[in-house]
Design a protein around this ligand. Structure first.
Ligand code: MRU
Length: 361
């Protein structure tokens, strides 16, 4: 029988001018594949978390921008770029925290500038072909990068380990392997017996609905816990390491990830459990100096008061605090696992050197 891991998280269906995704709001109860055609459909799918997770949002944005420009009738480079900028800004407004969204859109725009030599050799059909290929490259690179994060993460664990994760930085958040789950999938491939503990991740339950679903489908020993149980679990010594994903890493190593991550990191420090943030370099934003400058998305109160319940579970009119992400201070992070290796503190230096080396290549 087909498992959730046999489906593509995001795919381009060029002949139908569509992006195909798994509607993640329906998981794990129903696997429904949907197609997004219009700008509004793509925007809504990102905002409503039908497609989510920083890398998967980036891949969707790349395909989206290509498809939205595919039928452009722009007569000049200037007209084309004006239209592209409008569409890009619109898609970029769907979610503010994951930097992969603006990163992918910017990369598409820069590619158009480069292949047209800043407009000096503009040919519409060539530009569109290039945009399609660039969006496909973003997806292919995501798979390669996640695999490499997995290989680097694997050096931090051993057979028999208990690992904890928060939210879903799994295959469903990327195009394959995930980031935080990549070392887990590779360990499983090697025949290691690892145990993975998944925080449920209130209020949208990505840990229960998505991470537990995909790891359990892969045959990995998976245990679900509520978010307020991880301290008690760590105290027993069952957790050898924690792997989480991230939506944006600032230049000093502060890392924004799903709300609750910084609480896990704080408790991990208390119990001496290594806490690793898995980050493709596309998620590291060297233009954001520290976590204080990261824009944290605030979401609707209903996600806390009524979603998932058969009746409302809070008094009418009560105020609700519902940030979608928090920032883990860099001093709580044992290592940042990238596709190029594991970065260690001081992170400002490690990140600067990583980007300088990348530029030289
Ligand atoms: O709100 P979500 O579900 O998009 O939040 C996702 C996360 O916080 C992930 O950990 C992060 O995007 C990294 S995904 C590899």
């Amino acid at each position: 029988m087909k498992s959730i891991l046999d489906y593509e998280t995001v795919a381009l269906v060029d002949e139908d001018d569509a992006i195909e995704i798994i509607d993640q709001t329906l998981l794990p109860g129903r696997i429904e594949i949907i197609r997004l055609h219009t700008a509004k459909e793509i925007w809504d799918a990102i905002y409503l978390l039908q497609v989510r997770g920083a890398p998967a949002i980036g891949v969707t944005a790349g395909f989206g921008l290509y498809l939205l420009m595919k039928h452009s009738e722009a007569a000049s480079y200037e007209e084309f770029m004006k239209e592209l900028k409008e569409k890009s800004d619109y898609l970029n407004s769907s979610r503010p925290t994951a930097v992969n969204l603006s990163w992918a859109l910017k990369r598409m725009e820069e590619h158009v500038k480069s292949v047209t030599k800043d407009g000096a050799s503009f040919d519409l059909s060539t530009v569109l072909k290039e945009m399609k290929e660039e969006s496909e490259r973003i997806k292919a690179e995501d798979i390669d990068v996640c695999r490499r994060i997995g290989e680097n993460g694997l050096t931090l664990i051993k057979d028999g380990d208990g690992l904890l994760t928060h939210c879903n930085a799994g295959q469903l958040a990327t195009c394959k392997y995930g980031t935080a789950t990549a070392p887990m999938y590779l360990a499983h491939e090697k025949g290691w017996n690892i145990k993975v503990y998944c925080d449920e991740t209130r209020p949208l339950l990505q840990g229960a609905r998505l991470t537990a679903f995909e790891l359990h489908s892969a045959g990995i020993d998976t245990t679900l816990l509520c978010d307020n149980m991880s301290a008690s679990l760590m105290k027993t010594g069952a957790v050898n390491a924690i792997f989480v994903g991230c939506d944006r890493v600032a230049a000093n190593g502060d890392a924004a990830n799903k709300i609750g991550t910084s609480m896990v990191a704080t408790v991990a420090k208390r119990y001496n459990v290594p806490f690793y943030v898995c980050a493709p370099t596309s998620t590291i934003d060297i233009n954001t100096p520290t976590g204080d400058q990261i824009n944290i998305e605030q979401r609707k109160p209903e996600e806390v008061t009524e979603m998932w319940y058969s009746e409302r579970m809070a008094p009418d009119g009560v105020k609700v605090y519902n940030p979608a992400f928090d920032v883990t201070d860099n001093e709580l992070i044992t290592g940042i696992v990238t596709e190029y290796g594991v970065l260690r503190a001081p992170y400002d230096k490690a990140i600067r050197e990583l980007f300088e080396n990348k530029k030289q290549k």
